[in-house]
Design a binder for this molecule. Structure first.
Ligand SMILES: *[C@@H]1O[C@H](CO)[C@@H](O)[C@H](O)[C@H]1NC(C)=O
Ligand SMILES: *[C@@H]1O[C@H](CO)[C@@H](O)[C@H](O)[C@H]1NC(C)=O
Ligand SMILES: *[C@@H]1O[C@H](CO)[C@@H](O)[C@H](O)[C@H]1NC(C)=O
Length: 170
């Protein structure tokens, strides 16, 4: 009798264990379609996705285990950044938007990227950088603007960010 009870207990715990694995599986789904996710990296660089992304995908904000520190959107067709998309990525330190179709940086482009330190917007068609464009990213240290069409940087765009190293190639 005691043995039966013990087995039943084991089965019970095994059941719980399996159920929690299943739940973990379900929780890993929010990796946006056509991107590859590890715990800290969201990789949407265009490889197996020929048409390319036109906008930044937004994962479920909660209920998944990801803490994306690095976002890679290399070689897509992102031409504008939707309002508040970055709110879903508050831990991002590295943002790679190399080889996209951005035409400018406004004071909303980086809104919500509170932890950002490195920004690669090289090889876009950026012509203008608005005043206060970098206000939302107080910890930004590096920006790569190489390979753009910069005509105008509004006075004050870079104001107050000491220590940022500019990697311009105009
Ligand atoms: C993203 O994936 C591409 C293709 O697999 C790879 O070349 C690139 O290094 C990856 N980016 C990161 C940050 O891991
Ligand atoms: C952002 O720019 C717009 C117009 O370009 C301006 O109306 C708005 O006040 C600016 N917002 C901030 C926070 O500077
Ligand atoms: C800046 O971007 C260009 C083009 O993507 C790249 O060749 C260069 O190595 C980058 N510079 C740095 C310092 O990372």
């Amino acid at each position: 009798m005691g043995r039966v009870a013990t087995s039943a207990t084991h089965l019970f715990f095994l059941g719980i264990l399996l159920m929690s694995f299943k739940r973990l599986d379900a929780a890993i789904e929010p990796c946006p379609a056509s991107c590859r996710c590890t715990l800290e990296i969201l990789n949407c660089s265009r490889t197996a996705n020929p048409p390319g992304l036109h906008r930044v995908p937004i994962p479920e904000p909660f209920g998944h285990p990801y803490v994306f520190v690095l976002l890679d959107f290399t070689e897509n067709a992102i031409s504008s950044i939707g309002k508040q998309v970055w709110r879903a990525y508050p831990w991002t330190e590295y943002l790679i938007l190399k080889n996209n179709h951005l035409s400018g940086l406004s004071n909303k482009s980086l809104d919500g990227l509170l932890s950002l330190t490195h920004l690669d917007v090289s090889c876009n068609q950026i012509q203008t950088i608005d005043r206060n464009a970098f206000e939302p990213v107080p910890f930004l240290q590096f920006i790569n603007l190489s390979g753009n069409l910069i005509e105008r940087i509004t006075q004050g765009a870079f104001q107050a960010w000491h220590g940022m190293q500019f990697l311009f190639k105009l």
